[in-house]
Design a protein around this ligand. Structure first.
Ligand code: SF4
Length: 231
């Protein structure tokens, strides 16, 4: 590579190497154009040091163990993937592995029913739960200089979703692990940015597909074909 020439950007999503021959999985494998495994050793070192921090080490270690714990019959040869745990079961198991007792639940008002069930499940599993809805605090959309025509339900004086408040409230409660349930695109981003504790996601919001955004992806070769049409 000529000095000073910018390396091609990582493009793992369009990697042309079959999974069983990839360098990110097998020592003598190959990489595609822009392969970060082949081109970005320089960036690998800093994350490596980050994992050495005790708190990060323990979190990353247990996350990997949890990943492995999610499959049955791992000694079978050939190994055939057989996942056994739902995401909510995994969240509870992972939190227990980490020794966490106090969970934060940051949820969208559109999933209030689901949040009530999730809270019950966490309590049944022995956790203390602090839950906060997106509209808590009732700050108005006016504060964000949003015009009423951009409200969901004009002419209501509409409260905005307030993910920074959700995060700050859970920070004040010193939750040990936060769980996001259905926060909107962008509101979830703000929550992640302002939450002190690590955050995981139980479900993301998709108003059309029953909170299953991959439904649109799975149907992109058929009924959601418009997603792949160039505009
Ligand atoms: S790291 Fe390299 S080999 Fe692995 S998916 Fe990305 S481009 Fe392909």
């Amino acid at each position: 590579m000529t000095q000073g020439k910018k390396k091609p950007s990582a493009a793992c999503a369009s990697c042309e190497i079959p999974t069983h021959s990839r360098v990110c999985i097998f020592e003598n494998g190959k990489g595609s154009k822009g392969c970060p495994t082949l081109l970005h050793d320089d960036i690998l070192e800093e994350p490596r040091r980050e994992y050495e921090r005790p708190e990060i080490f323990e979190f990353a270690r247990n996350a990997s163990i949890q990943e492995g714990d999610g499959y049955a019959d791992k000694s079978n040869n050939p190994f055939i993937l057989e996942p056994t745990k739902t995401r909510i079961a995994e969240i509870c198991e992972f939190a227990r592995k980490m020794g966490y007792r106090k969970l934060g639940l940051a949820f969208c008002i559109g999933l209030a029913g689901e949040a009530a069930i999730v809270e019950r499940i966490f309590i049944n599993e022995g956790f203390e739960v602090v839950s906060v809805v997106c509209k808590a605090g009732r700050a108005l959309k006016e504060e964000l200089k949003i015009n009423p025509e951009d409200y969901v339900m004009p002419p209501l004086k509409e409260p905005m979703c307030n993910p920074i408040y959700q995060a700050r409230l859970l920070n004040a409660e010193k939750t040990q692990l936060n769980v996001v349930l259905g926060l909107c695109v962008g509101h979830d981003s703000l929550f992640f940015k302002y939450a002190d504790a690590f955050t995981t996601v139980l479900a993301v919001k998709d108003r059309v597909t029953g909170h299953n955004p991959l439904a649109a992806i799975y149907l992109s070769a058929s009924y959601y074909g418009k997603l792949l049409h160039k505009r």
